[in-house]
Structure formats: structure tokens, C-alpha cells
Design a protein around this ligand. Structure first.
Ligand SMILES: N=c1c2ncn([C@@H]3O[C@H](COP(=O)(O)OP(=O)(O)OP(=O)(O)O)[C@@H](O)[C@H]3O)c2ncn1[C@@H]1O[C@H](COP(=O)(O)O)[C@@H](O)[C@H]1O
Length: 123
């Protein structure tokens, strides 16, 4: 796999490290510290807004906006993961675990209560 500066896991891990460094930082000088100081509501509100803006951009087919709104959405999800002491590597591991497993097959294999299989544990 490519290890260029745009390697997905590397970029997400680097941003997550920065977000962790903002714990307890001054909210007047850091947007992330401001969000974390009022978590989780502040973060969840932004995720809702950014998800809506992403949907609107996609509906309009505005490709530049789709990219920037998706970046806003991913960023705020990373802040949420930081708040809960989780790492993007855990999400990437879960996606890797699902690779090759059809969504239709996975859905058909769910229990009668519709419960999903447990996600991968650990980092
Ligand atoms: N990737 C981002 C990033 N993406 C978006 N944003 C901010 O997210 C905010 C919300 O975006 P909106 O478009 O909704 O703007 P808005 O409606 O004016 O914002 P609100 O007043 O509603 O909060 C804006 O202030 C953006 O600048 C980000 N802020 C920070 N980061 C990363 O987080 C790091 C730490 O940031 P600080 O803690 O601010 O130093 C940075 O170095 C970056 O790597």
C-alpha cells in the first residue's frame, strides 16, 4: 500500500494525534479544544450539521463541495472519536474486517433482532 503523505491511515492518525493534543487546551485559541470542552453535545451537533451539508452538496452534484463537506464531516467524526477515547485506526480495522463481505450477505446473517456482528476489538 502507498505510504505517500496522502496515505489515508497516516493522515487520519496524524490528525487524531493533533486532536488528542488539544485536550484541556485553551478554547479561545483552539477550535478543537472548544468542541471538546462542551462535548459530546457540541460535537454531535456539528456532525449533524456537516452530514446535512454533505447530503445537500451531493444532491446538487457539486463535486468540490462534496469533497470539502465530507472533509468537515470526517473531521468532526474524528473529534467525536477523540472524545470517546477511540482511534481512527479502529474504524479502519472495522472497514478492513468487512472487506469482501457483501452488505446483503451480512444483513441476511443478522439475528432475528437485527443485531450486527460485533465490530473488531482493539487497535
Ligand atoms: N481539519 C480541521 C478542520 N476542518 C474544519 N474545521 C473547522 O470546523 C469549523 C466548522 O465549520 P463550519 O463550516 O460549520 O463553520 P461555522 O459554521 O462558521 O462554524 P461554527 O461557528 O458553527 O462552529 C470551522 O471553524 C472550520 O475551520 C477544522 N478545524 C480543525 N481541523 C484540524 O484540527 C487541528 C487542530 O485545530 P485547532 O484545535 O483549531 O488548532 C487543525 O490543525 C486541523 O488539522
Amino acid at each position: 500500500m502507498s505510504q505517500s503523505p496522502l496515505d489515508l491511515g497516516t493522515v487520519l492518525a496524524r490528525v487524531a494525534d493533533t486532536l488528542e493534543s488539544r485536550r484541556g487546551a485553551d478554547p479561545s485559541t483552539s477550535y478543537v479544544a472548544k468542541l471538546l470542552a462542551k462535548a459530546p453535545d457540541s460535537i454531535l451537533k456539528k456532525i449533524g450539521e456537516e452530514a446535512t451539508e454533505t447530503v445537500m452538496a451531493a444532491k446538487d452534484g457539486e463535486t468540490d463541495k462534496i469533497v470539502s463537506e465530507t472533509a468537515d464531516l470526517w473531521f468532526h467524526c474524528l473529534v467525536m472519536l477523540t472524545h470517546y477515547g477511540l482511534r481512527p485506526e479502529q474504524v479502519l480495522e472495522e472497514l478492513a474486517r468487512r472487506e469482501g463481505l457483501s452488505g446483503l450477505t451480512e444483513k441476511a446473517a443478522r439475528g432475528p433482532d437485527g443485531a450486527r456482528a460485533q465490530p473488531a476489538q482493539g487497535v
